[in-house]
Write a protein that binds this ligand. Sequence first.
Ligand SMILES: O=C(O)CCC(=O)C(=O)O
Ligand SMILES: [Fe+2]
Length: 199
Amino acid sequence: MDTAHQEISVFFQAVPRSVCDAILEMGESRTPSQAEISKGEDVTEDLSFRDSEVSFLSLDSWVAGLMRHFIDLANAGKWNYPLSELQALQYAVYRVNGHFGWHQDGREVEGPESYGSDAETGASGFARRVTGVLFLSDNTEYSGGRLELRDEHGVIHTDPSFLVAGTCVVFPSHVFHRVTPVVSGIRKTLATWALGPAA
Ligand SMILES: O=C(O)CCC(=O)C(=O)O
Ligand SMILES: [Fe+2]
């Protein structure tokens, strides 16, 4: 991939395996649930579009600071979005055939999918601005299950470093991306979203 692509920042193997293992242990200690997707106002399960188990780590944990570090490094000087807090720390497990179709985590122009109700953030008008994904599994542990990102010209970007545990990728949340189906093994990731004022 051209990792120089301005909408994608890759931190190759930036997190040691022992730290990934500690995050895996935290994730495994939680009760997982089937991941859901937003359809307009509704939140539903749709296994044809998204099939993974997720649980959420406490935002009070050191993991939040770690993820925030990469988000801030990528954002500074590149996109310079005004960012507020992280929304969540999502631990995801993709088993065979686990996948997530093309989607945006947030929108440039806020529609009904924007993350911004008072109940959720305590403030109105906040949306997901920057996404961070930390890969917790190595390519020896699974096949398939590639994160792919699609730029504004329709060009698809992926990178072998996404198959290395400890690599972190950061991109604006409006960038379309997907996870292709896992063919064998189990794939685990940690994802987070930094919120910012809605446009
Ligand atoms: O697991 C990944 O690589 C990405 C997950 C994702 O796109 C999401 O949870 O929104
Ligand atoms: Fe996503």
